[in-house]
Design a protein around this ligand. Structure first.
Ligand SMILES: [Zn+2]
Ligand SMILES: [Zn+2]
Length: 506
């Protein structure tokens, strides 16, 4: 029986713009993952509303249509509701769904897992009088065995797992799930997961090879590379593909990829697909507006009739600018346009956050507040502090403040990120030191302009109002509005990764 929070692939709904992630399918991280079995899993990182579930479905379809992978079994599992931490059946149900999904579409010829699976089914009803803990261990081990045999039968082919929503799980459950995933990866399963948070890493590795096309001092840090087991020198993928080997002449068989996952950011979406999405979304709702999209266009809506192509292009441009590469934000602004009969006056309201975006943030913060009291307190204060400046707040300074104001200990920046559930990101904007910043400029504005009471209260504690001194005449700074913010804040990048096997560049 399917678990109540786990669901399988249900097709691509009609409100998904099919081309939105086409750029993703040409990224080197993805193509390497698709082409051959890797020793790492692919982590697709994007904050709240970044399109992770959509991406998972589009990856599923991409693999199903691609000549090299269409014959392979592909499991797509979505975790779509909160999983209570005490849920003993979650891992078991996850493995069982995976086992069943891997049976399709090809009948496995050498698959002897059926007997093992039968044994698992029997374990469910046997041992009725044994303690539940013991029974759970028994059930899991028989189920793992069945899965292992099935994956063994798939060794010569490929098998894929796409897992969405892993960060909905409670932290301890997520650790258990990661352990299972590590075992599955070792058994040859190709795994892609989506996540709000990147594992804390620092990209510092660069190619060591003297014949690398780039001069040594300008070589980019690498997200994927080979390490020589003998001397520890690095070789980039380009060099490896050009048949170069370890610079000390060690055999290629010593080269390996030392990390267990590779991150790929799904925000910001490049401008071209974002523009195409906006045009498609407007025209499928309001008819042919002259934007030249591929949408199936209904007759012109009342709004459509009131627009001429020049003004509609301007509004489309504004949605694109305000979204800053974030699909959820673009969608929210488009949804608002759909409810209007005329766009007169929308310009003057551009300085306010649309109500649906406010609702979205309110909802996200409610979930943050449902964490145990100590954690919720830290999260709210950290979010409040991150709005002190557009570049966010430096982590050491923030930790020091939190240490002073909160009862619970804060051990690392990563821990703060965990508690803020993707609403803050690492940022390196303006300074070299590590910072935490709002995940999107609209969220920055939301905190800054006190849209939320709980954050505002936290903000009074973290930045207590200062006594007033006679003002210095410097000319008053312009008000911050979501509109003006556009040029002063960009999506924080996330180049910090400290991954297993990463070495500091000398
Ligand atoms: Zn190289
Ligand atoms: Zn070597």
């Amino acid at each position: 029986m399917p678990h109540r929070v786990l669901r399988s692939f249900r097709g691509i709904t009609s409100d998904i713009f099919p081309g939105i992630f086409d750029w993703f399918f040409t990224e080197e991280e993805f193509t390497r993952w698709r082409k051959s079995r890797t020793t790492w899993s692919l982590h697709c990182i994007g904050g709240p509303g970044a399109g992770k579930t959509t991406l998972t479905s589009l990856v599923y379809r991409h693999l199903k249509q691609h000549p090299e992978t269409q014959q392979c079994p592909i499991a797509a599992i979505y975790i779509d509701r909160d999983v209570p931490y005490y849920d003993n059946y979650f891992i078991e149900d996850f493995l069982e769904i995976l086992y069943n999904q891997l049976a399709e579409p090809t009948a496995l010829e050498e698959d002897h897992s059926i007997d093992a699976y039968k044994k698992y089914s029997e374990t469910r009803y046997k041992l009725k009088n044994a303690p539940e803990g013991y029974r759970a261990v028994e059930r899991l081990s028989t189920l793992r065995e069945a899965l292992c045999i099935r994956l063994e039968a798939l060794r010569s082919a490929r098998a894929f797992l796409l897992l969405d929503g892993i960060d909905i799980c409670d932290q301890s459950l997520r650790l258990l799930l990661h352990e299972e995933l590590a075992k599955l990866l070792e058994m040859g399963l190709s795994i892609l997961i989506t996540s709000r948070l990147a594992v804390f890493e620092q990209l510092l590795t660069r190619c060591d090879h003297p014949e690398d096309p780039e001069p040594k001092d300008v070589r980019e840090p690498l997200s994927m590379y080979y390490t020589c087991r003998v001397c520890g020198k690095f070789l980039c993928i380009t060099c490896k593909d050009s048949k170069r080997s370890c610079l000390n002449g060690h055999d290629n068989s010593y080269l390996y990829e030392s990390y267990d996952h590779v991150n790929i950011q799904i925000v910001p979406i490049p401008e071209l697909p974002m523009r195409e999405f906006i045009a498609w979304n407007l025209e499928r709702e309001h008819g042919n507006l002259g934007l030249g999209s591929s949408a199936r266009k209904p007759p012109l809506s009342p709004l459509g009739k009131s627009l001429v192509s020049k003004t509609v292009q301007k509004h489309a441009d504004e949605v694109c600018i305000d979204a800053v590469g974030h699909i959820g934000m673009a969608k929210a602004r488009l949804d608002l346009i759909h409810t209007m009969d005329s766009l007169d006056g929308i310009e003057s309201r551009r300085d306010q956050l649309p109500t649906n975006i406010v609702t979205m943030f309110d909802f996200g913060l409610k979930r943050i507040e449902t964490q145990p009291a100590g954690q919720a307190d830290i999260a709210l204060k950290a979010i409040a502090a991150a709005a002190t400046g557009v570049g966010g707040v430096e982590i050491p300074a923030l930790r020091e403040k939190l240490q002073r104001l909160c009862a619970t200990e804060v051990r690392s920046g990563e821990e703060i990120l965990e508690m803020t559930r993707g609403f803050l990101l690492f940022s390196t904007r303006e300074t070299q030191s590590m910072r935490l910043a709002a995940f999107h400029q609209s969220f920055f504005y939301y905190i800054r302009e006190r849209y939320n009471q709980a954050i505002h209260r936290a903000s009074l504690q973290i930045n207590p109002p200062r006594p007033l001194f006679p003002p210095q005449i410097t000319g008053s700074p312009a008000d911050i509005t979501p509109n003006r913010l556009v040029r002063s804040i960009t999506q924080p990048v996330n180049p910090f990764m400290l991954r297993k096997g990463t070495r500091i560049w000398e």
